[in-house]
Write a protein that binds this ligand. Structure first.
Ligand code: LLP
Length: 428
């Protein structure tokens, strides 16, 4: 996999037509840089790959990957719908201009208040448990709601065990063997379920488990439809489509993937006489993952028992390497193609030993003051950032055709403290 790096005449890394070294000078670091046209390209490539095989197809962007409003606006313009997993994500999607009918709420372990919020917002609700279903029936008139169920198809996949959401260890969804009974309970309570859903995990580069899950979900849908008399309006296969993070990984062959999934889908629709329901998928990472980089400046070169390059971002800014041991490719922004001359640890500024962006990474010569670009920082990057160590959250800019706009201001210390109160007795 080559990471499709572009440089200008100065040899500096360019993203969205903008010189990364200039962006870092103008806005400071750490800095997330989001490439608008890359998001649009990713969306369109995926959409076109499926729509040509099956016309009733929709993408529900899993906005947990990146909830920046500008990113959401871009995807609204492209025609996407939204997979939301919390009231906050529903709120964000509505604010970004998505009609409630274009939002599917897939909560897990949701409270009654959260259910009330979803109902009041008018979004479709993807139910995760019988408990949730029963509580929902007390909150609103069941016949007024568009619901589906999340089914655990017993197969799971993902880049890390935390990211596998199918199989017998997973907390998500209803068991596939109980699906018929659960849909029956829903009908008895007065619901008219219109959909069925599965999401088996995240970061899948091998299509096999995804295809197995599609098969299982279609068989479940067939049973439910025939035994309970449900006419499905949509069947949702969730997200999980991976992107290459490691240089030796290859991209998912999306054309082949879409062809296989849609062929299987159409065969199973026929087999069970399911009509022509919409096919939904819910990618997050595939759409935004490679559309952003994180720029961070080296402030310390230190030879301890090992050699470290210390930078001004940390796991508060990008958690994935510490949380999952994830590999993110890192290049020097002023010489992205320079050959490695050393193995070095690239360490963040958080006060924990696990705060490493890379261990023993082959890198070119790095000096204090150099700018590093951490690639593939568009998904689960800013959205998982925190204020740990009382560090204000960082800035995001959107680049397009060489122009840049701030899409999130850098937080201040006051922002970090803004919700705290000290009881008066402690002020004496
Ligand atoms: N649909 C549902 C119901 C999900 O739970 C998720 C992700 C997706 C769709 C989108 O998955 P994607 O296409 O982005 O793989 N923080 C982890 C990833 C966690 C994903 C959680 N659910 C990471 O940084 O890799």
């Amino acid at each position: 996999m080559d990471f499709d790096l572009k440089t200008n005449e100065k040899g500096n890394l360019v993203i969205g037509g903008a010189d990364t070294t200039k962006l870092a000078e103008d806005y400071g670091t750490p800095l997330y840089v989001v490439d608008e046209s890359k998001i649009r390209e990713n969306y369109q490539r995926l959409y076109k790959a499926f729509i040509k095989h099956y016309s009733d197809f929709k993408i529900f962007y899993a906005c947990k990957a990146n909830t920046n409003l500008a990113v959401m606006r871009i995807l609204e313009q492209e025609g996407s719908s939204i997979d939301a997993v919390s009231p906050g994500e529903i709120y964000t999607a509505l604010l970004a201009g998505f009609e409630p009918s274009r939002i599917l709420f897939t909560g897990n372990n949701v409270t009654d208040d959260e259910l009330r919020f979803a109902v009041a917002s008018g979004v479709k609700i993807n139910v995760d448990s019988v408990s949730q279903l029963q509580r929902l029936s007390k909150i609103t008139k069941p016949s007024n709601l568009d619901i589906s169920f999340r089914v655990n198809p017993k197969v799971g996949a993902g880049h890390h065990e935390h990211c596998i959401t199918g199989g017998d260890l997973s907390k998500f969804g209803i068991m596939e063997e109980e699906a018929v009974d659960v849909y029956r309970i829903a009908k008895d309570l007065g619901f008219n379920p219109i959909g069925i859903h599965a999401h088996i995990g995240s970061g899948i580069l091998d299509p096999e488990p995804f295809i197995m899950a599609v098969k299982t979900l279609m068989d479940v849908a067939g049973r439910v439809s025939n035994e309970v008399g449900i006419k499905f309006q949509f069947i949702d296969f969730g997200g999980g489509l991976g992107i290459p993070y490691l240089p030796e990984e290859s991209k998912l062959d999306i054309e082949l993937f879409a062809k296989e999934i849609t062929n299987l889908y159409k065969d199973k629709l026929k087999e069970y006489n399911l009509g022509k329901p919409y096919m939904y998928i819910e990618p997050g990472r595939y759409i935004v993952g490679d559309a952003s980089i994180l720029l961070t400046r080296v402030n310390t070169i230190k030879q301890s028992y090992r050699k470290f390059a210390g930078v001004d971002a940390g796991f508060n800014t990008l958690l994935r390497p510490s949380m999952y041991g994830s590999y993110h490719h890192i290049v020097c922004a002023n010489k992205p193609f320079a050959q490695p001359v050393q193995n070095i640890d690239i360490a963040g500024n958080v006060c924990e030993s696990g705060d490493l962006f890379a261990r023993d990474r082959p890198m070119p010569d790095i000096q204090e003051g150099d700018l590093l670009a951490i690639l593939n920082a568009g998904a689960y990057a800013f959205s998982m950032s925190s204020q740990y160590n009382s560090r204000p959250k960082t800035m995001e800019v959107l680049v397009n055709q060489g122009n840049s706009d701030i899409i999130r201001e850098r937080e201040t210390f006051a922002d970090v403290l803004s919700k705290q109160n000290v009881p008066i007795r402690l002020l004496k």
